[in-house]
Structure formats: structure tokens, C-alpha cells
Design a protein. Structure first.
Length: 279
């Protein structure tokens, strides 16, 4: 059962719903999405810092996990610092980090054509991934905000010639303060339309991400809440792997989307501000 909560709802509902909300009090870790959940573009969503303070004050942990692979963990640490939140390196993971781990495990010593921003290319290279355009063994598509037709053409040519097709995450759109912009999933859809090949997606909601989080934290799924604004990534991670899913309506998902979705969150809040008031 899903509970759509606001503060007024919480105050006036019967004890049964309040008891279900109290499930959140027993959780040890909140895995937080970023775009559309904690901030929009360069603007902090109201109440986000209050949520972090409440988690820390109650002796719990938080971990940022973003599917946004247009930047690196170090970049996001700096971005959060500029918004008033200082975090450690071990408090954030990106789908790019999951992808690097995957490539090291399954493509060790192989050449990779990486369709990504310059900062992400540099990060992959510095962490031991061999990058190549002409004779790559696999194509990896990230959220490339510097995308060109030439890059798409190279990726399509390699994939048509039998190279493996991997993507950091499946998100079609990235929410910003000015509206949605095309994300990695939309770029992959272009490549699929041209080649007839679909990628192996990593990031949320896939097992590689869940395994990465469990290895990173040492916790079990029943101790974790996945928090985010997207049903098909953030909430699907919890739904398909046995964790608690908490949807916020501050980003992509609208209330009417819940009716047509097979993936259901355990809780729905307007934003992190309301979540903080019930922890």
C-alpha cells in the first residue's frame, strides 16, 4: 500500500497510517537522488538541508546516488558545498562510478569508446579505463551534454559492427530549473533507432547499482530507503530489490503518473521538507 503524505495528512489520518510512517524511523540509510530530489539545476529545493540535518540528528546515514553521469563525484561534492552542504567522498556514488566498476570487472584491458563529457572522459581514463575511438571493444554512453553528431555516428558504426553497447543509466530526461533536458536514455534511443541494438543499462534501478551500494555501506536492503523523484529509476530500485521506496513530487513524477505505473512507492511526499518532519 502506498501512502501519499503531507503534513496535514499526517496530522489528521488514523493511527494505522502513522504507524506505517514510523517504519521510516527504523531505517539506517537514506539513498538520495539529486536532480529533482535535492536540487533543481543550481537551485536547492526548499527543505533539503533540513532533511539532512534531521537524518544526522537522529543517528542515521545518508548516501547520495545520482544517475546523472555528466559530471563526476568530485564535481558534485563541490556543487553541494556551494549550496551549503559539505559531504565526504564516501557519501556519494554516481552511475559513472558503477560503470567504471563494471568495466574493470568485465572489460579489463579492453578498449572502450566512451560517449561522455570531457570531465567524465578524464575520470574514466585516470581510473584505469582504456579509451579509444577506432578499435574499441565496447561502446559506453553516458549523459553527454557535449553530444555531437560525430559522436553518435562513431557509436552507431561500432555497434553495427558488433561491439557491445553499454549505458550508464536509463533516464530519458534530466530535470532542471528551466524544465527537462534530454538525458542518457534519450541518447541511447537514438542509437537504438539507428542500429536496432539496445544497451545494457547500469545505474538505478539495476542490480549492479544495488550491489555497489550494499558493498559500499555493509547494510542490508531492509535497512535502506531509496528516495527520489522518478518511478522508473529511484523507486524501481527499491520496488524490484526489496527495499523501501519513497517518492518525492519535486521533480519528474506527477501524482497522476502513479495511476499508470506498475512500480509503486511505499510512500509519497511533496518534497524532502515534508519527509524531515516525520523522521
Amino acid at each position: 500500500m502506498t501512502f501519499i503524505l503531507s503534513i496535514s495528512f499526517f496530522v489528521t489520518e488514523e493511527d494505522e497510517s502513522v504507524a506505517d510512517v514510523n517504519i521510516l524511523k527504523s531505517k539506517k540509510l537514506f539513498v538520495l537522488d539529486m536532480d529533482g530530489t535535492f536540487y533543481l539545476g543550481n537551485k536547492l529545493i526548499d527543505g533539503s538541508l533540513d532533511f539532512i540535518r534531521k537524518v544526522e540528528a537522529t543517528g542515521r546515514q545518508f548516501l547520495f546516488f545520482t544517475n546523472n553521469s555528466s559530471k563526476t563525484s568530485d564535481f558534485y561534492i563541490g556543487k553541494l558545498a556551494s549550496m551549503g552542504l559539505d559531504i565526504r567522498k564516501d557519501q556519494i556514488i554516481t552511475s559513472g562510478d558503477v560503470t567504471i566498476n563494471y568495466l574493470k570487472k568485465f572489460y579489463s584491458g579492453k578498449k572502450i569508446y566512451l560517449m561522455a563529457t570531457e570531465i567524465v572522459e578524464k575520470d574514466f581514463s585516470e581510473r584505469g579505463i582504456i579509451l579509444s575511438k577506432d578499435d574499441a571493444d565496447a561502446v559506453v554512453v553516458a549523459f553527454d551534454t557535449s553530444l555531437t553528431y560525430e559522436k553518435l555516428n562513431i557509436a552507431c558504426r561500432l555497434i553495427r559492427n558488433g561491439r557491445d553497447f553499454i549505458a550508464t543509466h536509463p533516464d530519458f530526461n534530466c530535470p532542471t530549473e528551466d524544465g527537462f533536458i534530454p538525458d542518457c536514455g534519450a541518447m541511447c534511443a537514438f542509437i537504438t533507432a539507428s542500429t536496432g541494438k539496445k544497451p545494457k543499462y547500469l545505474g538505478k534501478p539495476y542490480k549492479e547499482t544495488v550491489d555497489c551500494i550494499l558493498d559500499h555501506t555493509g547494510l542490508t536492503l531492509d535497512e535502506i530507503v531509496f528516495v527520489g523523484d522518478r518511478l522508473y529509476t529511484d523507486i524501481a530500485t527499491a520496488y524490484y530489490h526489496g527495499a523501501t521506496g519513497l517518492l518525492v513530487l519535486s521533480g519528474e513524477t506527477k501524482p497522476e503518473d502513479l495511476e499508470n505505473s506498475d512500480v509503486k512507492p511505499d510512500f509519497v511526499f511533496e518534497s524532502l521538507k515534508e519527509v524531515a518532519e516525520v523522521l
